[in-house]
Write a protein that binds this ligand. Structure first.
Ligand code: UDX
Ligand code: UDX
Length: 456
């Protein structure tokens, strides 16, 4: 029975996952180590460095009992029986596979560090999404072990979505654990199953070989992203033909074989995983001599780019073919609602394109203004940051809604309209608002995949 767990990487995945494990396993000491000292201090003080509903409560409940955050990675490796690796694996920006392959430098550094500092038999669990067969590479590094050291590598990909991380961890659709088909591998799987089984029904814990587990994670994200690109592709046809994407999505989603979720057309998918994982899959296909399969998945990312470009093109076209000097209020910068995360947010590309048109931007977001500042804070005098959406819209020619925050639904749009320039434009990039009502107020309304509502 495992009594001491270490997680390396206190990010969006490592922090919440360990907090939930600590909650359900009060007799297991859970330590989360990270090289970023500021992050560690924030977690350890009970003020998590990421915004996630319910997270603070779960962290605080176990802090000082069986949950601890530290910067001393090496020392903790020596104490651990099970080590989760949850460091980031961004898309490579240099050398071979740049722009596609995963950058594995942090991950390899972590594997070497485990090799050097482990003092007892260790089960190493890959949490980070990694290219298929990474565990095998990890095992090769561990083959250089000193006498008496023992390592068993498992793959346990995380399927949580940001914004719902705690509920996803508390009641997952499934937990996936991949391990070697040897007696030692099966025993290690058993140890990890025992941990999850404290709160997850056994039938939802799926075991597999390591490669299948690794590939399942990439494939799951690719399928999800593909759905978003599919509905966005249909939204483009809707705009050209007068069909309404909401009706079409409803009709499609009512088929139980298709299902209703993940059919929301919008400005495109963002977040740290979808694009990275698909590009990773594309690279894997190319590497394995499957160019047709690679092109198939690559199209999902290309369509996503196109959707963002299309949104801006529509703005330019309806606003009399010029945005130069016009003030545009951007409602939302996070890649989706209920998170402060801005990684790969569609808002980034949209803002860049609007700036290239010499528009003035005022960005508002309930949680992601810091992230927005990070991208545009110093680059341009033409960008302002405004916590209050009413102020952001003052004197604006257009409002572009980019994140589906529920609070944007209940704003007083008459007040917003009264403070804007005429004609006032509203671009609903998430199909969040009531277009008829807005049109009745006086807005010229353009929503994704829906007929224009305009008097121009
Ligand atoms: C990460 C990966 O991006 C993702 O592919 C995977 O599925 C899960 O882990 P996330 O938790 O969102 O996702 O990443 P991030 O928030 O960037 O956290 C990674 C943490 O690892 C950072 O806090 C970073 O400081 C830390 N880290 C990184 C280390 O402690 N050591 C390193 O060598 C590198
Ligand atoms: C995703 C996966 O859902 C999760 O299982 C995995 O572990 C990590 O990647 P996340 O990126 O947090 O999670 O968010 P998700 O809710 O999947 O949304 C991703 C993007 O797709 C967001 O930008 C969202 O706005 C967009 N999206 C989602 C749509 O545009 N339409 C939809 O119908 C659903």
């Amino acid at each position: 029975m495992i009594s001491r767990i270490l997680c390396i990487g206190a990010g969006y995945v490592g922090g919440p996952t360990m907090a939930v494990i600590a909650k359900h396993c009060p007799n297991v000491q859970v330590v989360v180590a990270d090289i970023n000292k500021e992050r560690v201090a924030a977690w350890q003080s009970g003020h998590p460095p990421i915004f996630e509903s319910g997270l603070q409560e779960v962290v605080r409940a176990s802090l000082g009992r069986n949950l601890r955050f530290t910067g001393d990675v090496e020392h903790e490796i020596g104490e651990a029986e099970m080590i989760f690796v949850s460091v980031n694996t961004p898309t490579k920006t240099f050398g071979q596979g740049a722009g596609r392959a995963a950058d594995l430098q942090y991950w390899e550094k972590t594997a070497r560090s485990i090799l050097h500092h482990a003092k007892r038999p260790v089960i190493v669990v890959e949490k980070s999404t990694l290219p298929v067969r990474t565990a095998e590479a990890m095992e090769r590094i561990f083959k250089n072990r000193r006498h008496g050291q023992r390592f068993e590598v498992l793959s346990n990909p995380e399927f949580l979505a940001e914004g719902t991380a705690i509920t996803d961890l508390e009641a997952p659709d499934r937990v996936l654990i991949g391990g070697a088909e040897t007696p030692e591998g099966q025993a290690a799987i058993g140890e990890l199953v025992d941990i999850y089984a404290r709160w997850v029904p056994r039938e939802r814990i799926i075991t597999a070989n390591v490669w299948s587990a690794e590939l399942s994670k990439l494939a799951a994200n690719a399928f999800l992203a593909q759905r978003v690109s599919s509905i966005n592709a249909i939204s483009a046809i809707c705009e050209q033909t007068g069909a309404d994407i909401l009706s079409v999505a409803r009709a499609i989603g009512s088929d139980r074989r298709i299902g209703a979720q993940f059919l929301k057309a919008g400005v495109g998918f963002g977040g740290s995983c979808f694009q990275k994982d698909i590009l990773n899959l594309v690279y894997l296909c190319e590497h394995n001599g499957l160019p047709e399969v690679a092109r198939y998945w690559e199209a999902v990312v290309n369509l996503n780019q196109y959707q963002k470009e299309r949104f801006v093109r529509r703005m330019i076209r309806v606003m009399f073919n010029t945005l130069a000097g016009k003030r545009i209020a951007l409602f939302g910068f996070a890649f989706k609602a209920n998170t402060g995360d801005t990684r790969e947010s569609p808002a980034i590309q949209i803002c860049q394109e609007l700036l290239a048109e010499q528009a003035q931007l005022s960005i508002t977001d309930p949680e992601a203004l810091e992230g927005a500042r990070h991208f545009f804070g110093t680059s341009s005098e033409r960008v302002t940051f405004e916590p209050d959406p009413y102020k952001a819209a003052e004197g604006a020619h257009a409002v572009a809604l980019l994140t589906d925050w529920a609070e944007y639904r209940t704003l007083d749009y008459r007040r917003i309209y009264d403070a804007m320039e005429r004609p006032a434009f509203l671009f609903d990039g998430r199909n969040l608002l009531d277009c008829e009502e807005l049109h009745a107020i006086g807005f010229n309304v353009y929503a994704i995949g829906r007929p224009d509502r305009t008097d121009l």
